[in-house]
Design a protein around this ligand. Structure first.
Ligand SMILES: Cc1cc2nc3c(=O)[nH]c(=O)nc-3n(C[C@H](O)[C@H](O)[C@H](O)COP(=O)(O)OP(=O)(O)OC[C@H]3O[C@@H](n4cnc5c(N)ncnc54)[C@H](O)[C@@H]3O)c2cc1C
Length: 400
């Protein structure tokens, strides 16, 4: 947003400040590849400073709370900052403390996450010497960022153990609170087929109550149990505690936001973007990127006293790594679920939707370059529009 706004707002009238507590920005999609030694640690992190546009202030501070009534941010160090317009972009993070028994001596020993840099790196060290057994890949509750990442983890685990010549020593089970492999029915059908093909068992409708680490099992509210030797879990995802302290979030600390304009429901001069919102869109980098293009225009409209454009349609575009050098691509929005077809050029591709291909895998690997060089810098990706296009997609005919 800072990159977009730096180019859009008159320099003499507007001062842009980014407040972030971290020195390092992580390429989180790379956390999927780190455990399998496909990416090295240094490929997934860079200094935040590298990405701050000229003329934009960077404050490396933790935000304690937002005082919406006085248009002020209170920092952890006691200082405060006034604002005319605020964009909340504090993302989401894992909250393993929300599940009874998830944290303890076993955390990052037999129970791992791969949604943090530390988790993914510790899991890599574990997988390097693990001799096999029951691997359970688990989602605690929805929504989570990148809802396909746990499935991708299961697929990559299958190909990792085949390559190591020990697939027969590993039983892989995918445990989810959803009633199928994914949130959308058509994609679920394709993905269930792949799970079956790769001999990955699925336990759906599993609403975890606790981790019984002493007995290596997870237990759900209905009393169902799943045994594990190695549990790779995606804990509850929550917005930052600062949102709760500010009294502006829902029960998971996500910010109530208008799903089409990206203006929050807290106050007219507060907007939100990315994983921090409560939008019914996927929490994904691609979504944040599309939102930014639309939010930039709405910020200008807000400043000029014009009506905001109700333009964001929930557009998400995600590669799903399926192992053995292949991937699927899905493109969807609030109203259209992923279907087969070609992307970005109708009838040409070169990427195929909802279908495994090597080209899609190359796309997934290229995404790291696109992320560092285009997404973070707010550059438009040629031929990929912020809202979803229908051309080249095989939608079923609307019922009469
Ligand atoms: C394993 C994994 C795989 C993924 N794969 C994909 C993929 O293939 N494609 C895709 O599009 N997306 C993917 N994603 C999701 C993507 O990484 C996120 O959706 C994206 O990073 C969200 O961006 P954001 O700016 O909203 O939040 P973040 O990138 O999380 O940034 C939030 C920032 O806010 C700062 N912050 C938070 N609280 C405070 C505070 N109190 N004070 C100061 N600073 C604060 C943090 O330090 C952080 O820098 C994946 C995520 C994971 C974990």
């Amino acid at each position: 947003m800072a990159s977009h706004l730096k180019k859009t707002l008159p320099v003499k009238e507007w001062q842009i400040t980014i407040i972030d507590q971290e020195k390092t920005h992580y390429y989180q999609p790379g956390f999927l590849f780190l455990p399998f030694d496909i990416y090295k640690s240094k490929q997934v992190k860079k200094s935040i400073k590298k990405f701050i546009p000229k003329g934009v202030n960077l404050l490396r501070e933790k935000i304690d709370r937002i005082d919406k009534d006085n248009d002020q941010i209170h920092l952890d160090n006691g200082a405060s900052i006034d604002y005319d317009i605020l964009i909340i972009a504090t993302g989401t993070k894992i909250a393993p403390q929300e599940i009874e028994g998830m944290l303890g001596d076993h955390w990052h020993q037999s129970v791992f996450d791969f949604y943090t840099f530390e988790g993914a790196r510790n899991l890599r060290n574990k997988l390097r010497k693990w001799e096999g057994g029951k691997l359970v890949v688990h989602i605690s509750e929805m929504p989570i960022k990148c809802p396909v990442a746990p499935l991708e983890f299961a697929f990559l685990a299958d190909s990792f153990f085949i390559n190591k010549g020990m697939r027969d020593k590993v039983e892989i089970t995918f445990v989810t609170p959803m009633s199928g492999a994914f949130t959308k029915p058509q994609a679920t059908k394709e993905l269930s087929y792949l799970l079956d093909q790769k001999n990955i068992a699925i336990v759906p409708d599993f609403n975890i109550e606790k981790v019984d680490a002493a007995n290596n099992k997870i237990i759900d509210y209905g009393g169902a149990e799943v045994d594990y030797d190695l549990l790779v879990t995606v804990p509850t995802n929550m917005g930052d505690e600062m949102i709760e302290r500010s009294g502006i979030g829902d029960e998971l600390n996500f910010v109530p936001t208008d799903k089409a304009t990206l203006q929050t429901k807290i106050k007219d001069n507060i907007f939100a973007i990315g994983d921090a919102t409560n939008l019914p869109a996927s929490k994904a980098g691609s979504v944040a990127h599309f939102e930014a293009e639309i939010l930039t225009e709405n910020i200008t409209r807000y400043i000029n006293g014009q009506e905001l454009k109700k333009e964001f349609d929930g557009h998400a575009n995600c590669f799903i790594e399926t192992g053995h050098g292949k991937a699927l691509l899905i493109d969807f929005n609030y109203t259209h679920e992923p279907v087969k077809g070609t992307f970005p050029f109708p009838g040409i591709g070169p990427l195929s939707l909802l279908k495994e291909s090597h080209m899609n895998h190359m796309g997934k690997l290229a995404f790291r370059w696109i992320y560092w060089n285009m997404l973070i810098k707010g550059r438009h990706i040629p031929f990929v529009s912020a809202t979803m296009t229908k051309a080249g997609k095989e939608f079923e005919k609307e019922p009469a």
